[in-house]
Design a binder for this molecule. Sequence first.
Ligand code: HEC
Length: 157
Amino acid sequence: MASVTDKGKEAPKRPAPLILWLATVAMLAACSNDDRAARRAAAGPSPDRAALLRVASVAAGERQFARCAACHAIRRDAPDRNGPTLFGVVGAPVAGVSPRFGYTAALQRVGGRWTPERLDAWLADPRAFAPGTSMGFPGLADPLDRADVIAYLQAQR
Ligand code: HEC
């Protein structure tokens, strides 16, 4: 009979670990969304591009890349879609990351290579960066979104 009594005493303790676990899960979920605010704060007041790149998050950039994925694959050797496959684009020649892609003269005219700075300008406003480009994307208005995407692109090499 003693064992039955013991079990009876233990039962009320059970919910506590469950609540702790739920609280931890909720906290982690909140962190992954809210760490934007922390990252913005860490970049300082009116941060420049370099400061934003320092606090950029590859994971956040991967989520942002959902906006690019309709037209761009990113894995090595993946076929081009509406746009060229972007594996290894940071440091690649402009209009040259995918040699088999049919680029516009507008983008070919730009010349040089893709640096984080040039990608930032391109992703802010593709049509201003290369007037006549066929990249039908309005641009990412938020500089932190752009820094995150660039960090993600930089990690794919
Ligand atoms: C609606 C389709 C579409 C979307 C959405 C899109 N792109 Fe593009 N992208 C293109 C096309 C088409 C080109 C080729 C442009 C040209 O030749 O003028 C291109 C070119 C590029 C290039 C230049 C590649 C090179 O070899 O020089 C980069 C970098 C790029 N896109 C990044 C992105 C990123 C990052 C996003 C998301 C934030 C994005 N694009 C969203 C269609 C798209």
